[in-house]
Design a protein around this ligand. Structure first.
Ligand SMILES: Nc1ncnc2c1ncn2[C@@H]1O[C@H](COP(=O)(O)OP(=O)(O)OP(=O)(O)O)[C@@H](O)[C@H]1O
Length: 301
């Protein structure tokens, strides 16, 4: 079953279109990462999903309901972490969790949660004295209080050090494995690569690329590079499936083959080199990384 269904969703701020007709689906029990350039419209999209804003047009369904109309109905099923935490500075960590627990319809164990977000040693520290990363982890604890069916996290690991980030990933994965659906935004491509079952990349209010990581990566060409020594340039090169680009200098030709058929084209090049006794220099064969795709999308202005 789908947790979130979005169709032709549009939203504008005073005539400025921030979300420009997007479609995507978040399936129950998956981790879905919404990636994007600054100002792409990710936070606005999350706020629409959370029911804080009403769409200008198009539709959103969260567990089959319109979130702007059914906020009180959806609240018990959703945990939300905004980009800016709304924590009460004067309360301690443990008081914050207890207050949250008293307001929530879901149950959780404060001590277990303190351990889960590694704040047990800061239990009596006032929020105002917590570091940025500790506040972020406390905010994450509130969003995941009572293990909601759907957890929406806006840049959950911004400001966390690499170890804390990886530990938070583990917690998110565990929640997914226990049945929660997670929608998150992130600027960290390695985060999406490590965590997400599916991703969508937003740019200027639209979704440029979406799918499983394998699908998104497969839609972008892989690259073979090799330096062919000048002495070997008399032998005609093979005909590659992909596109060949070469730059000549006194050492020879630097070949770049962009291809959807990495294995076949690499095989052709290696067979050619073996047949003519050519020693290739600087040989590399790489699949498109999410970071390359991200840069390509960001460059489309
Ligand atoms: N309250 C607002 N009033 C007017 N414009 C806004 C408002 N909030 C956001 N915008 C604009 O809408 C666009 C999308 O903003 P949004 O915060 O959704 O992007 P984002 O993808 O979350 O960006 P970032 O990754 O930088 O947080 C931006 O151009 C932003 O300046």
């Amino acid at each position: 079953m789908n947790a979130i269904e979005i169709s032709e969703l549009k939203y504008s701020y005073d005539g400025f279109t921030a979300v420009d007709g997007i479609d995507f689906t978040v399936r129950g029990g998956e981790i879905f990462a919404l990636l994007g350039t600054n100002g792409a419209g990710k936070t606005t999209t999350l706020e629409l999903i959370e029911g804080f804003r009403r769409p200008e047009s198009g539709s959103i369904r969260v567990f089959g309901h319109d979130p702007a109309r059914a906020r009180s109905r959806l609240k018990p099923r959703m945990g939300v972490m905004l980009q800016q935490a709304g924590l009460i500075e004067e309360l301690s960590t443990v008081e914050t969790l207890r207050l949250w627990g008293s307001l929530s319809s879901r149950d959780d164990d404060v001590e277990e949660l303190l351990d889960r977000v590694e704040l047990a040693h800061r239990r009596n520290t006032r929020v105002e004295q917590l570091s940025g990363g500790e506040k972020r982890r406390l905010d994450f604890a509130l969003a995941t209080w009572g293990r909601p069916e759907l957890v929406v996290l806006d840049e959950p690991t911004t400001g966390l050090d690499p170890e804390s980030r990886q530990r938070l990933w583990k917690t998110v994965e565990r929640m997914r494995d226990e049945g929660s659906t997670i929608l998150l935004t992130t600027h960290y491509l390695e985060e999406a690569e490590a965590l997400a079952d599916r991703v969508a990349i937003m740019h200027q209010g639209r979704i440029s690329v979406a799918g499983t990581l394998t699908e998104v990566l497969a839609a972008h060409p892989s690259r073979i590079t090799a330096l062919v020594p000048a002495t070997a340039l008399d032998h005609p090169l093979p005909v590659f499936d992909g596109t060949l680009d070469s730059t000549l200098d006194e050492r020879g030709a630097l070949l770049v083959v962009e291809t959807a058929e990495l294995q076949d084209d690499l095989g052709l090049l290696l067979d050619w080199a073996r047949q003519h006794g050519v020693k290739l220099g600087r040989l590399s064969a790489t699949q498109a990384s999410l970071s390359e795709i991200f840069l390509t999308v960001g460059a489309q202005r």
